[in-house]
Design a protein around this ligand. Structure first.
Ligand SMILES: NC(=O)c1ccc[n+]([C@@H]2O[C@H](COP(=O)([O-])OP(=O)(O)OC[C@H]3O[C@@H](n4cnc5c(N)ncnc54)[C@H](O)[C@@H]3O)[C@@H](O)[C@H]2O)c1
Length: 357
């Protein structure tokens, strides 16, 4: 418990970072939590009063500058939640911010952990897995969704989803490549400097305080569009809306991160984990629409656009078998819980209602 005292959360004004900061502040009595963020993401500034209200300190800083990270002083743990998190980032040729933040920023975080002999938790992504074997997976088209078949040609893939045994060769998007490159360097820091570094390869994370956009934060984006009757599109895979993702409620993630902090060496020794809502908490866009319609009472026109976008894949589900067997964690919140929570958050928070309207 002593090592839980001082935690620095980079990207701490973002969706994941701010929710973790507040959860951990309440969970670990006497802990001191600092959120560092450069407020790059539109909406992150709206988290600042919330962080202050819960006793979380804030540094307006940038992970690209190690001197900013050092402003936090002595730390026992760092949770790296800063990122340019869109899978489309860099596809317009502007690659610098993505690489500098996601890769060099993560390395700066590891370096500060080395200086402090501190542990680190890294929010990585399912996007580290290459796209071609996912696009070519054996999939059945059902009435409302695509499903992974039981029998698959590649290891690490089953009807439960993608496990840690999935092959790593191939292109994975620039976003995925920045995260995977960071993982590789972090592994070296772990073994060379003997500091605990826990790597979570997360599927889609969702919940309140996510400032959803078309290319990132789809659950909040879809829910808000239904509330405020904004137009939506089913993009790619014939425009049918059958592409599937698993969704992890931020509250379920927070429970796991607290476990990882409590036993960081044990988790670190395992290398990395796939973390997500899993097959039980997944939805296609069509299914997401149905839930949003019943939550909001609104039905909106959704335009099909058949051309598939860069880096899109038909199905991703996290196979949580390894993490569940390792520590007993599995997500508890359902798809309906996720959308209901986002729905009531948008409506009861005036600053958020104005942002989305
Ligand atoms: N949300 C998801 O579905 C999801 C899924 C898998 C992995 N992740 C990972 O989880 C982490 C958190 O994602 P999120 O959904 O909270 O995204 P987010 O955009 O809400 O939060 C990221 C925060 O980082 C900040 N930031 C960006 N560049 C920075 C920089 N150079 N210096 C300091 N701060 C900077 C942003 O202002 C933002 O507040 C990211 O590493 C992301 O890659 C997210």
């Amino acid at each position: 418990m002593a090592k839980m005292k001082r935690i620095l959360i980079t990207g701490g004004a973002g969706f994941v970072g701010s929710n973790l900061a507040i959860y951990l502040k309440n969970h670990f009595e006497g802990s001191s939590i600092t959120a560092l963020d450069n407020l790059y993401r539109k909406g992150s500034e709206l988290n600042l009063p919330r962080l202050e209200e819960h006793g979380v300190d804030f540094i307006n800083g940038d992970v690209r500058k190690i001197s900013d990270l050092r402003k936090a002083g002595k730390i026992d743990f760092l949770i790296e939640c800063s990122a340019e998190p869109s899978v489309l980032a860099g596809s317009d040729g502007n690659t610098n911010y993505l690489i500098e933040t996601n890769l060099n920023g993560a390395i700066n975080c590891a370096e500060v952990c080395r200086e402090n002999n501190a542990g680190m938790i890294f929010l990585s992504t399912s996007r580290v897995y290459p796209m071609a074997p996912l696009v070519n997976a054996s999939i059945t088209e059902k009435e409302t969704r695509f499903n992974f078949d039981k029998q698959q040609a590649v290891p690490g893939l089953s009807e439960l989803g993608v496990s840690e045994k999935f092959p790593m060769d191939g292109e994975r998007s620039l976003y995925g490549a920045t995260k995977y490159s960071a993982e590789i360097i972090l592994n070296e820091y772990r073994s060379l400097f003997n500091i605990p570094i826990v790597i979570n390869r997360c599927g889609v994370i969702a919940g309140p305080w996510q400032f959803g956009k078309a290319d990132q934060g789809i659950a909040a984006f879809w829910t808000a569009a239904h509330i405020f009757k904004k137009p939506l599109k089913y993009i790619g895979f014939g425009g049918t809306g059958k592409q599937v993702r698993d969704f992890l409620h931020i509250d379920d993630l927070a429970v796991l991160i607290a476990l990882e902090l409590e036993s960081s060496e044990k988790f670190s020794n395992e290398g990395f984990f796939n973390i997500g809502g899993g097959s039980g908490t997944s939805a296609s866009l069509l299914e997401l629409t149905k839930i949003c319609e019943s939550t909001s009472g609104n039905s909106i026109g959704i335009t099909p656009e058949s051309t598939t976008r860069y880096a899109d894949i038909p199905v991703y589900i996290s196979d949580n078998s390894k993490i569940s067997a390792f520590c007993g964690w599995s997500p508890l919140k359902t798809m309906e819980n996720i959308i209901t929570d986002i729905h009531s958050w948008i409506l009861k928070t005036p600053s958020i209602t104005n942002l989305y309207r």
